[in-house]
Design a protein around this ligand. Sequence first.
Ligand code: ATP
Length: 705
Amino acid sequence: MSDATVLQQEIAVEQEHVDRVYARLADLRQDASRAEKEGYQLAGVGTFGALVERDAMVYHRARRRHALDAEYEGLVFGRLDLNTGAVHYVGRMGIRDENSQSLVVDWRAPAAAAFYRATPADPLGVIRRRMIQSARERVTNIEDDLLDPEAAPDDMRVVGDGALLASLSKATGTGMRDIVATIQREQDDAIRSPASGVTIVTGGPGTGKTAVALHRAAYLLYADRSRFAGGGILVVGPSGVFVNYIATVLPSLGEDTATLRSLGSLVVGYDAVRTDPTDVAALKGSLRIRRVLERASHDAVPGGPTELKLLYRGALLRLDNNELERVRRKALQRGARRNEVRGVGFDRLFDALWAQAKGSVRNLPEKREFEAELADRTDFRDFLRAWWPRLTPMRVLRWMAEPARLRAYANGLLSRDEIALLQGSFDDLAEHGPTIADVALLDELDELLGRPRQAQKKSGNPFHVRDGVQEVSTFSDRQAATRAQVVREEDYRDYAHVVVDEAQDVTPMQWRMIGRRGQYASWTVVGDPAQTAWSGDVDELDRSRDRALGSRRRNTYSLTTNYRNSSEIFAVAARVIRTIMPDLPLPSAVRSTGVEPVDLVVGAAQLPDAVRESAEKHLSDVDGTIGVITPVERRDEMAQWVAGLPERVQVVTALQAKGMEYDAVVLVEPAEIATDASGTRTLYVALSRATQRLTTVGTRDWTNR
Ligand SMILES: Nc1ncnc2c1ncn2[C@@H]1O[C@H](COP(=O)(O)OP(=O)(O)OP(=O)(O)O)[C@@H](O)[C@H]1O
């Protein structure tokens, strides 16, 4: 029998099982819809109990239907034939038949672990591992690994060679795909690492760190749903572009309890995309800026009153600037937070006025009455508001735009050159909002200023809009929601798990910002030190990370295979990083396309055409996305050069390219990116984004660096 015939026969065998699974899925879906409809009909009964029941039913069934729909495509992707004679199918969700027999095991269940972990050396009871590829409900291909030939029955057939490679050669879409069907063993170790403590995953470009981090989030939700869905999972990535790219992975895993944020949007109310020049970003990211902010948070309000004059029962009470300063300083002693100790400041002001009044006012009433009389006066209240207003972090950060203030706050903490570097970097705050680095400063100021105590606001709507079940709003749902903690206040901070992706680029100040949101969390931290753009103090960076992670137990994993780049493309990236890190262990790229990257050096006048033509060429070379990666300063001009090309062509800066992946990349002016060691690491990142094709275009030769 030919190989092709055997394959067709085996496909037919699997198709039979897959048909059963989809038939069962259709039944379950119908059940869910019916129950949902019945739930709505209960409304007609009109009793309170019926309404409560209705909403609970509708809510749960709608969720169930949503889950069934989300996992439709490629639902069954694996089969294990065990030496006990048992057969397990592995898929995106667990499904049982009407007799509660398992038709598919959820990929995260212990019974599915062998699918990812079994090797010929350690088959874990698996004789044959089969990967089943399908399009919608049709099985299209099968790839087998025979792990324990000695135990294999004579009639067992083994087909195919390389499901992983087939999956890696598929075109890249605009969003990241899940890898549940082809998770490799070293990745699976990290995904199933213990739920508590800190899981640290390192590895070179394309080794699946992001994929592992996200699948780990899905695994944790499966392994201990009440803990992780209840507390929530925070996923932090470097940029908005990146967060959009990975946003598609978690819903496809059926999870809706993860909050995805970029470093510029972690603080409520901000969605920063602007970047500072590298040296400014390093300064703003360094812990030394904290003391500068602390001074600002205690300073007098610009334009605030410099004296207090009150005519009281015929006598003039007067506090000059020195006196006012003394009162303010005293109230702000020992790290007091300005917005929280307003009352203390006011009390001290009353004390100072009282002391004066005692010497100059006849018929002075009791101190209490004296205070009440003053507190009733509009002129006095106006003074208090101007002298000690409630300050927002943004208002204080804007003070730093004033050179004299910045110099005063930074005096003795930053060098002259550093102060000069910062000068001007806060000028655009009012008009353009904060930069990504500023957001961590705003969070720090929020901490330093504190917040006035407020009555707890009741939320009108207990549900996030996210899962589309807005209609549930009864008492029972609210209770259920509270149990599941679907309700999270806007500035929620008590996450059960925090995932930090591209951790090598998180600055010390940003670690503080993230740490505030993960005080009770377990953590997954993934990154690659060789890809960092950080140009500041490395020890300080390590210390801040350690402080955020605390003394929790750490489990460290390293990934060694680059699944993204063709070996031809990664060879170019590897050459670049070797120039500054000759001994760095690099991952091995498993896939060769036989196509060498192209390097073009052209005159400045030809650059726009060369970029556009390269992008056009790649449009015909590949089916998926094409990234045009540019130095930060050239972003806008590049967008013009490629204007009008299909949406598959996306312009990003070298910094925005962090974590991203494209089928083809046109990298513009590499020499302008690699101006120093940090720039060389950024160039390494940019060069390792493409799966199939890479063209570098510039006006200068950059290869002999
Ligand atoms: N086991 C796997 N099966 C199939 N594809 C995989 C596997 N592991 C990783 N990939 C794919 O390899 C590519 C790179 O993965 P990912 O982005 O997670 O790597 P990374 O280590 O975070 O990369 P970088 O550090 O360069 O940003 C993705 O397209 C991912 O889907």
